[in-house]
Design a binder for this molecule. Structure first.
Ligand code: SAH
Length: 248
């Protein structure tokens, strides 16, 4: 079981697989006023940077679930490197339908809400693992500027303008689900570059090492077109943030 190989190739050198930079996770961890020993569940935990750094900085305990074998292994190595392997664990598997055995204080899905079939379904799924009074964290895109055409939305790799909301509407949407938005930390355009531009050098080096791979033509095409696409579309039109929610 694994995610499509193209992501394991293009994001193999990423520690954070979304437009957050390390300082944003620092800000978010402080903003949440995390108590030591709080259990944090993270669905789609990637290479584990959020759980590992919060275990180091705030003494949380963490469980991450991720379908990429490579990222799960990188997460375990990161936990060793930061000396928190006794506090955080990473499960390689499908997080769809995953409910923790013991209720947690923070239940997160940061940039992988397809796991629950969208933001609303993922909030429902996370709430099943959450103790009463706990916090849900959702990392989700929104339109920084509403795309003027469907072509612009597709340039952002959305299937249509209707895929995302503008920020005030996204916050109102969480309210409509019965949640207070109690914190938010937003990515910025430099963060998008760290996420997107960091793929380009990885792709270039991978192509040099694997010229005959079956994905070489696809990776070559992406490397040729992605810088312009990122500058024209994602960087200008797409926002991204992590939203902290508490049930009313
Ligand atoms: N939260 C992480 C990773 C976000 S990228 C971070 O902030 O860095 C999305 C992640 O979801 C990837 O790591 C991918 O491997 C994982 N993923 C995709 N489908 C999944 C599924 N069905 N179950 C678990 N993880 C999944």
């Amino acid at each position: 079981m694994d995610i499509p190989r193209i992501f394991n190739i293009t994001e193999s050198a990423h520690r954070i697989h979304n437009p957050f930079t390390p300082d944003k996770f620092v800000t978010l961890g402080a903003a949440l006023r995390l108590e030591p020993d709080t259990h944090v569940l993270d669905l789609g935990s990637g290479s584990g940077e959020m759980l590992c750094t919060w275990a180091r900085d705030h003494g949380i305990r963490g469980t991450g679930v991720d379908m990429s074998q490579l990222f799960s292994e990188q997460a375990r190595q990161r936990a060793e490197e930061l000396g928190v392997a006794d506090r955080v664990g990473f499960v390689h598997g499908d997080a769809a339908g995953y409910v923790a055995d013991e209720k947690v204080g923070v239940a997160a899905c940061v940039g992988a809400t397809w796991i629950g079939g969208g933001a609303s379904g993922t909030i429902d799924l996370l709430s099943k693992s959450l103790r009463s009074g706990g916090i849900i964290l959702i990392g989700e895109p929104y339109w920084r500027q509403l795309p003027p055409t469907e072509d612009v939305a597709r340039g952002c790799l959305a299937s249509s303008v209707a895929d995302f909301l503008v920020l005030p509407e996204l916050l109102a949407f969480f309210g409509g689900l019965g949640y207070d938005v109690v914190e938010m930390v937003l990515a910025n355009q430099d963060g998008w570059d760290r996420y997107e531009a960091a793929k380009w050098l990885t792709m270039r080096r991978w192509l040099e090492a694997h010229p005959d791979d079956e994905l070489a033509a696809e990776v070559r095409a992406r490397l040729s077109s992605e810088p312009r696409r990122q500058a024209a579309y994602t960087r200008e039109y797409l926002g991204w943030g992590v939203f902290a929610l508490m049930h009313r």
